[in-house]
Design a protein around this ligand. Sequence first.
Ligand code: PMP
Length: 394
Amino acid sequence: MLNNLKPQPADKILALMALYRDDPRPTKIDLGVGVYKNAEGVTPVMRAVKEAERRLVEEQTSKAYVALAGDPAYSNAMIELVLNNVVDRGRIAAVATPGGTGAVRQAFELIKGVSPDATVWVSNPTWPNHVSILNYLGMNHTAYRYFDSETRGVDFDGMIEDLAGASAGDVVLLHGCCHNPTGANLNQTQWQTVVDLLNEKGLIPMIDIAYQGFGDGLEEDAAATRLVASSVPECLIAASCSKNFGVYRERTGLLMAISEDAGNTAVTQGNLNHLNRQNFSFPPDHGARVVTTILTDDALRADWAAELEDTRLGMLRLREQLASELQRASGSDRFGFLAQHRGMFSRLGASADLVERLRAEHGIYMVSDSRLNIAGLNETTVPILAKAIVETGI
Ligand code: PMP
């Protein structure tokens, strides 16, 4: 059996990480992998996470199973963090999942089970795992225009034109904030236009929110998700705690499914529980418990929010520094988009050949679609990157 297996295509980002590791140049810069790194290149354990873990070690008396949906206190805390009571709690079913990826996967499976003919509309481009999981599940999907390679902003007219071609019951996957991989996001007016279109055409939004607190602030970054969720009859939301709590390896996510009518919530909840049961039974608990401990303790929550805010502002400063260094080095404003983008990523809009030259000639590593991780920079490396970008002719 096993000798009939075909090799899986190499994951581009993991392959890039290996190349970086083996590169002997001391000046090499890693802008590839999607984790936050501080100025020292470290992905730290956040202070509040350490403290919550300390308390857990001392106070936890059992590691027995919790529940198929995870601890209800975790769902409640996360629903409050993401939605802040803009939707009647009675309409929301939720399950803890292994990371945001687990939530995305369960959402897709839910759609596949109940609406096998629906098409899932994804932005072009989107987080590659969206497309890869949709393919793996054999689901219908198609892309809507999103990134404008001229302005490096959102091609909003193209997006709306494409989504106008969707059929009632189709699902539209939207990034709640900090679009990955482009960094380009809709403004509030544009979100309202999307909401109107969803309602007009009977489309179901699925929101992937993996970077709340990395863009404009914890509340600001949830604003679009709250607007959509409070304006449509049904909505799916996949939330990840990996980035904003820095608990990547603990696999901490939540899938929320909002029904039109609270009378339907128990059945929706039962279906979410069933999906967990089939796929992995009980979801991981440690990260979820840490997140719950932080969100339900005023002092810990304030400390977490403060550290997250420092992280966000640090990335914003790097964006601004990079945009101004590039303006100086190139003598043009064409890189101003870097200061407008939000989140950890920006798509430079360079060809794969130029990205390869940046790696070969300058030891600068980014994904071949020219996505760069802003958090891979620091004040010292920003001018080096700016110079390399201009020298390479990007
Ligand atoms: N959605 C998007 C858009 C992401 O960028 C990520 C992280 N790379 C995720 C979901 C899921 O992350 P995780 O499974 O690590 O929580």
